[in-house]
Design a protein around this ligand. Sequence first.
Ligand code: FES
Length: 103
Amino acid sequence: MKIRVTDRDGTSHAVEGQAGLKLMEVLRELDYGVEALCGGMCSCATCHVYVDTDWIDGLAPPEDDEDDLLDSLEGRHTNSRLSCQILLGEEHDGLTVTIAPEE
Ligand code: FES
């Protein structure tokens, strides 16, 4: 499955994803990806991404802890998600995200 990732410089990349991994686990392997400092514990917000508006409604909505952490970010948009809280499945082939700015 492919994921399309726009980095902080605005360059778009086609990235190989894998069903069963968290989106964060794919993004942290990239030079232009996310830091994911807490390792997916939903406590650092360094895995923040903007999900393409065509995709955002198709994802399982954020749990309260993700929503609270997103609220602490200045750069939160309506399509903000923490990539460690998105479990990839084959239905996500073509998922398109943008790496959010560092905070
Ligand atoms: S990796 Fe820390 S909140 Fe997602």
